[in-house]
Design a protein. Structure first.
Lengths: 619, 247
């Protein structure tokens, strides 16, 4: 029952989340914006958001051969928030050199028509294949294999030249024979000096047929940036893996019937054709690729003032809110820089003329469109406040170096009209300082401050202080904890007093209990008819004493010290009862001190009844 | 004989204390005179000497803040106004001048959370006293309940209430002490200070911090401080660029 309720809650929450999810969006990125003829480039169109998406039916561009290579879906749930995306992969094969523009493609998703951003691809004539491939195969010269051609690694760097700081995307492909059950124990690492590499991201894992053999090919993507000019060797890429290979045998192995040409193919081992013929052993192998040469050129001199090291291809859009303010009020200028390049060096655009403006430090956030953060959008929010009347926002300038054009490019924002009210460009007024203080230099006003309001600090305090203060909070000071010993001591005293009082009360209670018990026993005896007069009067007077001691307000009264008068006084007896009580005590004394033979041997029933009545009425 | 020695020692201590106070008063008066003459650097040296001697009080830090303000060192001016307010949270002159200095330097402030704002109606010391008093009342009540022959409902409720007050006061102390104005509060005193993403001068900048900006130190690594910054940001700044308010 509970399970059903829980499932229902999850279903409702899920439905609500799905219903409340963001509207669908689409992005498109190229794995490389520059390529040579014959070199393939990947195009990814990613649709994020709810609903079924329909990709572009066909992308047709003259000079480019574009084929769909598959679709991948991602569905994530984080804290009841769902996020789904579909990525459509395409391979672009440039057929000729030139600059190609991939126009916005239409994608239908969630009942909406979305358009991808326009992408540019520069294709150069192929001087030779740039990537270094090291694939298994007897004829390959640049082959770097290990463990008997079971694995290969290749480092693909799409460029042979780059500029200092330019982000160069890099692919690492690691292939494993599909039958060796590979397990990567150490991820690939690009060795070399003079460049920084971003964190490796595993991009895909496919089954490919290379030289007629099936290989599991794992592709990693990263990006490198050279730190200085010069000629570098990128790589080699090194990794470690475990593979299952046939056990070594002393006897020469039998050749496969298909190994007709004595190719010494490791896969001709019977282990691969019949796994049960012989158990394999797991072996650690090291995989490495060939290094790739990269020539790094320095950036040209005479960089514009707003250049902060950004290299790539970018566009800029600017907006400001609000557009009607008072002098000193803040205006938030939002600048969006999109494109492809080293976004870590993309800083906020500069104000070309900031006279009459106060600028606060900007904040920024970056949304990347690919795995390694080469493509994306960086948004800056800069708060500016006018110190005087202004009609337009200052122009913002952002400069970057375009490696394709090999020159610096400066982007400028469009002049934006604003309305500033409340005051001319009056200089700040310095206040007349107090008598004890010398004059102060003129200072600027604070934003939003009244233009006529003097702005000076208050006077000095010349009175010395007799007490030395401490920054330490009270609870960290030793005195505070020492002071707690006082209530602690008081607590001990309190506990001791309470315990002593309880003990005293217990003792008194026990005494009273004993007296009550004795009185009850004696009353029981008195009601019996077998006691001698001496015993009877002794017991009767004892009961009177006990009752008087119990009834006394003074709890410490000893019953033996109670006489007839004291007992009569305790019970506030009338004259007749006092006389009877006195007589009872006298008779007791008489029986105690004068012997047992000076009277009758037994007490008459009347006397007994009289005594009992007297004692029972003592309350 | 022993009593006589003790008395002499007591008199000597009293004399030394009085002499120290008289000396610090003289130095304070001298620094004030330097300030009045417009020799702010001398005044700062005088006030700083008293600070180094441990003669801390709100007025001293306030005057030192004024001296720094006159030299247009707004970062240290704000730092010392904050120190004056840390010692005396109701120091009206320090409050006023702190606002002026912040306006001048356009310093950024840490925003206290809503809980902190509510809790700031009392100081940490007041919460400490309240916690201690409530604790002992609660303990006395519980002991009385344990030792009493008959359980009193009123006493039980009062004891629970006292312990609750003690717990809330302790929580308030912890919240304020770790909050935006707690022991981690520091003031940026350097110029052109940039909070960075990593402990390197070449690391990307998170936020430019004008002098006098507030930060909250979270941890220290070598010459770098990892700090909570205004606008809910976090970043690394060099240790020499900021000073902690609490000495």
């Amino acid at each position: 029952m509970h399970c059903r309720i829980l499932l229902a809650i999850f279903a409702v929450v899920g439905t609500v989340q799905m219903a409340c999810a963001d509207s669908p969006s689409v992005t498109a990125v190229l794995s490389n914006s520059e390529a040579t003829v014959g070199e393939t480039v990947e195009l990814q169109i990613k649709v994020t958001g709810p609903g079924d998406a329909r990709p572009p039916e066909e992308i047709s561009i003259d000079g480019l051969e574009i084929h769909s290579t598959g679709t991948s879906r991602q569905f994530e749930i984080h804290n009841f928030s769902t996020n789904s995306s579909v990525t459509y992969n395409y391979t672009i094969l440039p057929l000729r050199a030139g600059r190609f523009t991939i126009s916005p493609q239409t994608v239908r998703a969630g009942g909406k028509i979305l358009r991808t951003p326009e992408l540019a691809l520069n294709v150069a004539d192929a001087p030779g294949k740039a990537p270094t491939t090291t694939r298994p195969g007897r004829g390959a010269q640049n082959q770097t294999t290990s463990a008997g051609d079971l694995v290969f690694a290749e480092l693909i760097v799409p460029k042979k030249t780059a500029y200092v700081g330019e982000i160069v995307p890099v692919q690492i492909r690691m292939g494993f024979d599909a039958r060796v059950h590979p397990r990567l124990t150490e991820p690939p690492d690009i060795t070399g000096q003079g460049f920084t590499a971003q964190k490796l991201q595993q991009s895909s894992q496919n089954l490919e047929t290379i030289n007629g053999r099936p290989f599991e090919v794992v592709t990693f993507k990263t990006a490198i940036a050279a730190a200085r000019a010069g000629k570098f060797e990128i790589g080699p890429v090194k990794a470690k893996a475990q593979v299952v290979v046939p056990r070594r045998r002393n006897a020469p192995r039998s050749r496969s019937p298909f190994d007709l040409f004595d190719l010494d193919d490791p896969f001709s081992d019977p282990f691969f054709s019949n796994p049960f013929a012989q158990f394999g052993e797991r072996r650690d192998i090291q995989i490495s690729s060939e290094p790739v040469a990269l020539e790094v050129k320095p950036l040209p001199p005479n960089a514009p003032p707003s250049f902060s090291g950004a290299i790539g291809s970018f566009t800029m859009a600017t907006d400001a809110k609000p557009k009607s303010v008072q002098v000193g009020d803040p205006i938030t200028v939002t600048t969006t820089i999109s494109g492809r390049g080293n976004f870590d060096r993309v800083n906020a655009p500069l104000l070309e003329d900031d006279r009459g403006w106060h600028k606060y430090p900007p904040s920024s956030k970056f949304k990347q469109d690919d795995e390694v953060g080469i493509s994306g959008t960086k948004t800056f929010e800069t708060v500016v406040s006018p110190n005087e009347n202004k009609q337009t926002l200052p122009v913002l300038a952002f400069s970057y170096f375009d490696p394709a054009k090999e020159q610096y490019v400066t982007l400028h924002s469009e002049p934006m009209a604003i309305a500033v009210q409340g005051g001319a460009a009056a200089p700040a007024v310095a206040a007349q300082p107090p008598s004890s203080s010398p004059p102060t230099a003129a200072r600027g006003r604070s934003p939003g401050a009244d233009s006529n309001k003097p702005q000076d600090i208050l006077y000095q305090l010349t009175e010395p202080s007799r007490t030395v203060a401490s920054f330490e909070p009270l609870y960290t000071r030793r005195g505070f904890w020492m002071g707690q010993s006082l209530p602690l001591a008081a607590l001990f005293v309190f506990v001791g007093w309470k315990i002593r009082r309880a003990r005293l009360e217990d003792r008194e209670a026990r005494r009273i209990g004993a007296l009550q018990h004795e009185a009850a026993e004696l009353m029981h005896k008195l009601r019996r008819d077998d006691a001698s007069p001496r015993e009877y009067y002794a017991e009767a007077s004892r009961v009177v004493r006990l009752k008087a001691a119990l009834a006394s307000r003074n709890r410490g009264v000893d019953p033996n010290a109670v006489d007839a008068e004291a007992a009569a006084e305790t019970f506030k007896l009338d004259t007749d009862s006092r006389d009877r009580l006195r007589r009872l005590f006298e008779q007791n004394d008489e029986w105690q001190y004068s012997g047992t033979h000076n009277g009758p041997g037994r007490i008459s029933p009347e006397n007994r009844r009289d005594v009992l009545e007297l004692i029972e009425n003592l309350k | 004989m022993k009593n006589c020695t003790f008395l002499i020692a007591l008199l000597f201590c009293a004399g030394s204390t009085a002499s120290a106070f008289a000396q610090s008063d003289a130095e304070f008066a001298k620094a004030n005179q330097e300030f009045a003459k417009g020799d702010f650097k001398e005044a700062i040296a005088g006030y700083e000497g008293l600070v180094r001697a441990g003669q801390w009080n709100a007025n001293l830090f306030y005057d030192l803040g004024n001296a720094y303000f006159r030299t247009r060192d707004f970062g240290r001016a704000i730092l010392n106004y904050e120190r004056a307010l840390a010692l005396d949270r109701h120091h009206p002159e320090a409050t006023a001048n702190l606002q002026i200095a912040r306006d001048e330097s356009r310093a950024l402030e840490l925003q206290p959370t809503r809980v902190e704002r509510y809790l700031q109606f009392a100081s940490i010391n007041q919460y400490s006293i309240a916690a201690a008093a409530a604790f002992w009342l609660g303990i006395f009540g519980i002991v009385a309940l344990i030792l009493a022959r008959r359980r009193s409902t009123t006493l039980t409720l009062l004891s629970i209430l006292c312990l609750l007050v003690c717990g809330m006061a302790a929580w308030a102390i912890r919240t304020l002490d770790n909050g935006s104005e707690g022991r981690g509060l520091a003031i940026v005193t350097g110029n052109d200070v940039q909070a960075r993403l990593a402990t390197a001068d070449t690391a990307n900048s998170v936020l430019a911090l004008p002098p006098g900006s507030e930060i909250k130190i979270l941890s220290t690594r070598g010459d770098w401080i990892y700090a909570a910054l205004p606008n809910d940001l976090r970043g690394w700044i060099q240790t020499k660029s900021a000073e902690q308010v609490r000495l």
